[in-house]
Design a protein around this ligand. Structure first.
Ligand code: RB5
Length: 144
């Protein structure tokens, strides 16, 4: 299987979790590219969401992971970009189904909602789950 090209970004609310997830992804042999914020200082989340989402939609990355306090603002902002299907998942079932049925290409997490161990499980399952296609492709096409 081709190695996934992953981008990861956060605002200040998700900065610490992002740093932990970068370490986790590297330990699990994923290549991930940090699109910022790079120092944990306050930053407006739509700017990071748009930066990452544009790079995913242009094909520079296959998948994106965005973190903020709730995960919600990042998803709303990323979904404004064409061909982006961003989902907020705080449980492993949603993470799996967002890939299997929805072909989500951006995952958003709320660092003030779940802890790092659950976040690692959600990220791993989301990255490993495949889109099932078939009738789900028709439904995704209807969205687009
Ligand atoms: C920042 O305080 C917070 O609003 C942001 O991280 C995010 O949760 C927005 O949706």
């Amino acid at each position: 299987m081709t190695k996934l090209r992953i981008a990861i970004g956060s605002d200040h609310g998700g900065y610490e979790m992002k740093q932990n997830l970068i370490k986790f992804l590297k330990e699990n042999n994923y290549e991930c590219n940090d699109v910022g914020n790079y120092n944990g200082e306050a930053v407006d989340y739509p700017l990071i969401a748009q930066k990452l989402a544009k790079e995913v939609t242009l094909g520079k990355f296959d998948r994106g992971i965005l973190l903020c306090g709730s995960g919600l603002g990042m998803a709303i902002a990323a979904n404004k970009i064409k061909n982006i299907k961003a989902v907020t998942c705080h449980d492993t079932y949603s993470a799996k189904m967002s890939r299997a049925h929805n072909n989500a290409n951006v995952l958003t997490l709320g660092a003030r909602v779940i802890g790092i161990e659950l976040a690692k499980d959600v990220v791993k399952i989301w990255l490993e789950s495949e889109f099932e296609g078939g009738r789900h492709q028709r439904r995704v096409d209807l969205i687009e």
